[in-house]
Design a protein around this ligand. Sequence first.
Ligand SMILES: Cc1cc2nc3c(=O)[nH]c(=O)nc-3n(C[C@H](O)[C@H](O)[C@H](O)COP(=O)(O)O)c2cc1C
Length: 300
Amino acid sequence: MNITASVGPLDLRTPLVAAAGTVGSVVDVAPVAAFEAYGGAVAKSVSDEPWPGREPPRVAPIATGMLNAIGIQNPGIEAWMEDVAPHLGDVGVPVWASAVGTNPGAFASVARRFEDAGVAAVEVNLSCPNLDGHGIIALDPEASRRVIREVADAVELPVGAKLSPNAQDIVGIAEAVVEAGASFLTLTNTIWGAAIDLDTMTPVLSAGKGGYSGPGLKPISLRCVLDVHRAMPTVPIVGTGGVQTGRDVVEYLLAGASAVGIGTVHFAEPKAGRRILKETVRLARRMGAATLGELIGAAA
Ligand SMILES: Cc1cc2nc3c(=O)[nH]c(=O)nc-3n(C[C@H](O)[C@H](O)[C@H](O)COP(=O)(O)O)c2cc1C
């Protein structure tokens, strides 16, 4: 079966993409990952200056997934260029970098350095729920448009916009970023969530709330994919949220995703991509498909 995929200008050997922040810098987890199963792997988001992240506890496993309020702890782009960039060619999978920032110029300067480093694409993280003093950019179409326009003007690389399931009107945000120059959309990042520690009777995360990911996110992100694909059927989407099995992947493809992100499942099963790819192919065959590509959007 032909299992290749394309996300706008990017050709992928499989439709699976390791989701940002769940495979570290990509370079550091390569020895324990199964990157051969992926068409791309997105590195943890990087900002222009180093960010220390939030106080612990900032990650909490919960019954149906995970809460995190890490606050995009990262070494900043210059340290990343020194420590991570030189090893990108050794990881066995095309690396997509992820830019984060608090204003359009900061996003664009990080993206320029990513281009120097030779990454395959830049995913613009407009949807981080954990930036102190800053709201989620992807809730505001004008703010999202400004960031994507500045990044798209700054680089030749394919630019993806990673959006938030918290958005009231995700189609409106998607239209704004595509018009501004995004060549693909990643739908979605985590959704606001919280949990309470019964012993201390306080929220488990120091920040009170954080981003929820895992199986319960799937119907929410899948709805975002379906809505956006119906409104803009030619725009490539990386459907992301709650994928654990090949069935989940097939559902995202049917809803209109061209590729599918694999995230939280990595923490329990670092080589999950290998199993999920096998399950996807087996299920697609059983459904009578000759290629994975022919499933895309069939349910939309
Ligand atoms: C611990 C953790 C760290 C994350 N870090 C990032 C990040 O740096 N940048 C980003 O765009 N998304 C980040 N995400 C969001 C994931 O890439 C993904 O969009 C989300 O977790 C939903 O997919 P999942 O349910 O398969 O995990 C992070 C998620 C988790 C759980």
